[in-house]
Design a protein around this ligand. Structure first.
Ligand code: 8IG
Length: 268
């Protein structure tokens, strides 16, 4: 049976279905575009195929306003093919952790060896105004879960590739770095939880990238993580958190995010 009881087989099945419906059977690298990042998909190269995520085996159509929902195959200026997911399943949707990382595993099944994981998140550093982009240097997984099963003792040292971070800084020398802390969500943190995250070494709080990074490393992919700080984390400023403001910050940052990704994809 093709389902999440054998996630690797399901990812291979999804990759085969993508190949069958698009005629494209392989990708060189992958991008997952999170809150604020979706519009970049139109600007990275020539779209050679596009499928609604809900049409690809094992994928669910995204549930959140502001999150897209396509799988695109894009040929970038170097001739390499990128598989781009404009939407992801989040852990808080309750579909299970295998569903959350199915996109990452499908990208690996298509042959992608590098993956760029982007997100919108909260920032702990008051100097990071909404719209600041931050390279993820490391993460703390507070979901209490993992996409791996059994004795899968993968190394998580340098999980966020130092080589890819150097490359990103060649594209934008001003990119700061930070530690990303993944909470389960869907509620945003309390101010006390944000203080805890800071005390244990986090600079960013979010709901997506950590579990995806773990799955990508288990597949042997190099990972680049980039966060868009869409809001100050709870309690960092006096302002309450508002999803509409998160969407607005993402929208305002779109041209800069697209330019950053355009600079990156020709170096991968
Ligand atoms: I956009 O402040 C976005 N996603 N956990 N906290 C968490 N996730 C987020 C936040 C935030 N902003």
């Amino acid at each position: 049976m093709i389902d999440f009881s054998d996630p690797a087989a399901y990812a291979a099945h999804a990759a085969a279905a993508i190949a069958e419906s698009t005629g494209v059977s392989a990708a060189d690298f992958a991008l997952v575009l999170g809150s604020g990042w979706n519009a970049a998909a139109d600007t990275l190269g020539e779209t050679i195929a596009s499928l609604p995520l809900g049409d690809v085996p094992g994928f669910a159509a995204p549930v959140v306003a502001g999150h897209g929902g396509e799988l695109r195959l894009v040929r970038v200026a170097t001739g390499k093919v990128a598989v781009i997911l404009t939407g992801r399943t989040h852990y808080y949707e309750g579909r299970g952790v295998a569903q959350v990382v199915h996109g990452v595993r499908t990208a690996a099944a298509l042959g992608a060896t590098d993956i760029v994981l982007t997100n919108g998140c909260g920032g702990l550093n008051p100097a990071w105004a909404p719209g600041t982009t931050v390279l993820i240097a490391d993460h703390i997984n507070l979901t209490g879960d993992t996409p791996l099963r059994g004795a899968t003792f993968i190394d998580m040292t340098d999980a966020y590739s130092p080589a890819l971070r150097d490359l990103a800084r060649r594209v934008d020398p001003d990119l700061p770095e930070g530690v990303y802390c993944q909470f389960r969500g869907p509620q945003y943190e309390t101010p006390a939880e944000v203080r805890m995250a800071g005390a244990i070494g986090a600079d960013l709080v979010g709901m997506s990238t950590g579990l995806e990074c773990i799955a990508a490393r288990a597949e042997g992919m190099r990972v680049l993580g980039i966060s868009l700080v869409t809001n100050a984390a709870a309690g960092v400023t006096a302002a309450p958190l508002d999803h509409a403001e998160v969407i607005a910050a993402g929208k305002a940052a779109q041209p800069r995010l697209a330019a950053l990704l355009r600079g990156l994809v020709v170096e991968l």
